[in-house]
Design a protein around this ligand. Sequence first.
Ligand code: SAH
Length: 212
Amino acid sequence: MTNSEQKIRLLMELRTAGITDTRVLSAIERLPRELFVSEMFGDQAYDNTALPIAHGQTISQPYVVVFMTQALDLSPRMKVLEIGTGSGYQTAVLAQLCRRVYTIERYPSLLHEAEQRFAELRLNNVTAIAGDGYKGWPEQALFPRIIVTAAAPEIPPSLVDQLDVGGIMIVPVGGQLGQEILRVEKTETGIETEELLPVRFVPLVKGIAREG
Ligand code: SAH
């Protein structure tokens, strides 16, 4: 099967799995996922599975990417904060659906590779930094939407602080034994949370990574 045939098969699988948001599906359709996975896994780029990237991290499963994106309920004028750039695939999906994505990755080398992909795809509305996403991005706050793509031990308080009232954060929370994607909505008085989907993510780790 060619890449485009495999991509069509993946889109059909996502629809069968209950993904209905056509804007999210179109974003997947436009992106070459093979660009985001290492050459070794090129033939699996359109399988509905997570795949390893450098530093023991993973590019998320396509179903989880579209599920989280759909749950974010984006509109084109919004800015979004993403924690855990990784390969940049989730970032690239978001960039097609909102005004600007601010994304933070704790491995500078992963960030650098992701930035090269954004440039190659001419995604000019992505601002990326290496840093500790656990602390968020206070200079750019507040955000109407925040997405975390690594599992946090608890809902990160600084990210709640950086969310608009009425804003939504999608964040996997839990440890080795089990994690749930939560939808966190900020209210005038606090937060309301809802469990959406059991998942397995790599952990959100505090501090920037030292490499080499
Ligand atoms: N959305 C990415 C998922 C990558 S895995 C993709 O689809 O490719 C999660 C990423 O979160 C990893 O790259 C990991 O290094 C990063 N991460 C973990 N803790 C972090 C933190 N505190 N700040 C920023 N990034 C973090």
